[in-house]
Design a protein around this ligand. Structure first.
Ligand code: FBP
Length: 705
């Protein structure tokens, strides 16, 4: 009988290699937890002060002045280290800086890599100033403030999450403290906890909310500080003279690097298997900053930039209307149909040189820049917002299914009385809306987020566009215009091997046999039958002969089969572990927050000036939030919000991408120009210093001199 050599589960689980495998903490996380991000010089001093910098100018909205009187006069503040000076003054500053404080912190909106380091930086600075200082974290976003649900942040908790991605420590949420009732409850929480300050780590909407909280809590003596968080990269602050105060929100770099790594792997797959078009939608609710950075990182064949599309002018239409002496407004701005044609053209150009594959990057917020879709979004936003205001139930609960929602819209057309919405939605809207594929109708009608924003991430833009592309390419294929180019050398070899004359056959079946290295089958050859006819006409075969196998093989290679794979890169990059740049950025942001709080600031956003430059130039500052706000339509109403920054068509980063478009499309006989950024490495030389967008946008004339 053979001896039983099976290792028992108990033995297995106690084996040292197995212990390493089933341990939840990987070596990577151990290294991350141990990493100490370098500090800006100013934080090496025992304490700091704030110095107003009057040189920045803002254009202030009248409405902001009215709604936020307590904080509208705030200035840009520079965090300065104090080491020496008048003893009495220093003692007074020190005393104030290190008095015992309780500070609350909350994450608001989507996760963004580096958030935990903001807490770590704040915690370390607070404890250094006074070990009795207390930091508390509100659970589940602003709901935690409203409901008084919180955890006291301990060193153990901070150490567990140092340099680690996600917002898991205290979670996040999208609730907005936007009603008197919610504000009253929040103020009660602050009072009962004896809070000196609240820190709101969030995007544009959350920083807007922070400004309103600062105003409402001013008289309670509770300071409110914002932190620029969002992978979307759309919090970029400049003054009216274009002087940069905050070049980028945190988390952007990590998300872009994560998407770029995955997309560059698809570039490798595409150019190996040579049969797929990989179409990748990347996050960024409205602005295309992430797509732009991904283009720079990967050199994918085609990257659409939303902001670029809305500037589009259809020259043909414009010339035609001018010649007719009319005005054609549809010539301005891109339509979905036209965009699908632009993609078709790119696919056909690569196909013509034998490249029946490629990678396309589509920004999540693309639809925001397509006028015809934007009109629907705005109209439906108003209709839904108005319904919610008028009825005691919300639109999506009242009309759970697409058909119910469609029926409500049809009733608007028929003129139901109790609503202003009937004036917004007419028969023409309804007709156009019916022409849209159902999944897209569903997308446009889906629930808005708590800020009234349209949820672009939930709409399958990439599927919609590629369906239109496939349909149109099918038409072009039937017309004989969409073909795969055949390598002339390969063709010659194949013919010679089959005992056929390449010159005779080449001239008979190709439209460009003499001139080009890749040959395109003539437009009127689009079936076996038309091929046979062309061969018979050139007397290569008789009318009743079969097409020689070698020619049939070449022909079949020239017939394109478009195979598309679609992807959405969004939530993965949001949850990624931060790059070294984001680790350093956020840890120093946390430190900055404490300096602002300890020096009495409120209604300010913590930031790092010169982020676009080498670390040695970084300067912690406070930016006044109120002057950055303006009126915008939200959920059918005009509201004060922080202005989102979109991709600037004049920026260096955009102009570089634009000028490289043809090279990266690589619709030529040369190699593709893909770039491999590799994974986020966190340590080591190959980890880049900062986002490419920042590197490019910081180059000025003076640098060239
Ligand atoms: P924030 O602006 O809150 O940082 O969120 C950004 C984002 O990641 C967008 O890129 C995306 O459109 C959206 O969140 C997705 O929202 P949700 O988490 O509700 O699906």
């Amino acid at each position: 009988m053979s001896e039983d050599r099976t290792v028992s589960v108990e033995e297995l689980l106690n084996h040292k290699d197995v212990c390493g495998i089933i341990d939840d903490v990987s070596q990577e996380i151990r290294e991350r937890r141990a990493f100490v991000p370098p500090l800006c010089d100013v934080f090496f001093t025992p304490f700091t002060v704030l110095e107003d910098d009057d040189s920045y100018e803002f254009e202030i909205d009248k409405e902001t002045r009215k709604q936020l009187p307590h904080i509208i006069g705030n200035k840009v503040q520079q965090v300065k280290g104090v080491e020496s000076g008048d003893r009495a003054v220093i003692e007074a500053v020190k005393h104030n800086f290190s008095r015992t404080r309780t500070i609350g912190i909350v994450f608001s909106g989507g996760p963004s890599p580096g958030g935990h380091n903001v807490i770590a930086g704040l915690y370390d600075a607070a404890k250094k100033a006074n070990p009795a200082n207390k930091i508390i974290g509100f659970y589940m976003g602003p709901d935690g403030i409203i409901e008084g649900d919180f955890v006291t942040i301990t060193r153990e908790l901070v150490d567990k999450y140092r340099n680690v991605g996600g917002f898991s420590m205290i979670k996040t949420g999208r609730t907005k403290i936007d009603s008197t009732e919610k504000m009253t409850l929040s103020r009660e929480t602050c009072k009962s906890l004896g809070l000196d300050a609240i820190v709101v780590v969030g995007g544009d909407d959350s920083n807007t909310n922070a400004a309103f909280m600062a105003q409402a809590m001013f008289e309670d003596g509770v300071q409110v500080i914002g932190v620029p968080k969002t992978i979307d990269g759309d919090i970029q602050v400049k003054d009216v003279n274009g002087r940069i105060l905050c070049a980028m929100s945190f988390g952007f770099h990590t998300a872009a690097r994560s998407y770029a790594k995955n997309i560059s792997d698809l570039c490798s797959d595409g150019s190996s298997d040579v049969k797929y078009w990989h179409v990748c939608k990347v996050m960024g609710r409205v602005a295309s900053h992430l797509a732009l950075e991904v283009a720079l990182q990967t050199h994918a064949n085609m990257t659409l930039i939303g902001e670029d599309l809305c500037n589009y002018i259809d020259k043909e239409k414009l010339d035609k209307s001018r010649a007719e002496g009319t005005v054609d407004y549809s010539a301005y701005g891109m339509t979905l149909r036209h965009l699908s044609r632009v993609i078709c053209k790119a696919i056909m150009k690569r196909a013509a040189v034998g490249k029946n594959y490629g990678v396309i990057v589509i920004p999540e917020g693309l639809l925001e820049f397509i006028d015809e879709v934007q009109v629907f979004i705005i109209k439906l936003n108003s209709i839904i917002a108005e319904y919610n205001e008028l009825h005691d139930t919300d639109f999506h609960t009242a009309f759970p299914f697409l058909e119910d929602k469609r029926e409500y819209l049809r009733r608007l057309v028929r003129g139901i009385r109790d609503t202003r919405a009937a004036a917004i939605w007419n028969a023409r809207d309804d007709e156009l809306f019916s022409d849209i594929p159902e999944f897209f109708q569903e997308g446009l009608l889906m629930e808005r987020d708590s800020h009234g924003n349209f949820q672009f991430s939930q709409v399958k833009t990439e599927t919609l566009l590629m369906q239109m592309v496939e349909d149109y390419l099918e038409i072009l294929k039937e017309k004989g215009q969409y073909k795969i180019g055949i390598d002339k050398e390969y063709f010659k070899k194949t013919m010679t091997k089959a005992g056929l004359d390449p010159e005779v056959i080449g001239t008979a079946i190709f439209r460009n046999y003499c001139n080009d290295p890749f040959c395109l089958v003539k437009e009127d050859i689009f079936t076996q039958k038309t091929l046979k006819k062309a061969l018979a006409k050139a007397r290569v075969i008789g009318e009743d002969d079969k097409i020689p196998a070698a020619i049939a093989k070449i022909y079949s290679k020239s017939v394109p089969k478009l195979k598309v794979q679609t992807y959405f890169y969004g939530y993965d990059g949001r949850g990624g572990d931060p790059t070294r740049f984001d680790c350093m950025y956020t840890y120093n942001l946390g430190m900055t927050v404490f300096s602002l709080v300890a020096n009495g600031a409120t209604g300010q956003m913590a930031a790092i000036r010169n982020l676009e430059k080498h670390f040695s130039h970084w300067e912690p500052i406070g930016i006044p939030i109120a002057p950055l706000m303006h009126l915008e339509e939200r959920g059918g109403k005009m509201s004060l919000v922080l202005e989102k920054s979109v991709v600037d068509m004049e920026s260096n980063a955009f102009r570089v991408v634009k000028s490289m478009r043809d090279a990266w499309l690589a619709a030529n006989t040369g190699e593709d120009r893909y770039r491999k950024p590799g994974p986020i490495r966190f340590t080591g030389k190959s980890e880049e210093e900062r986002p490419m967008t920042l590197v490019l946008n910081s180059i000025s004339r003076e640098d060239l001199a």
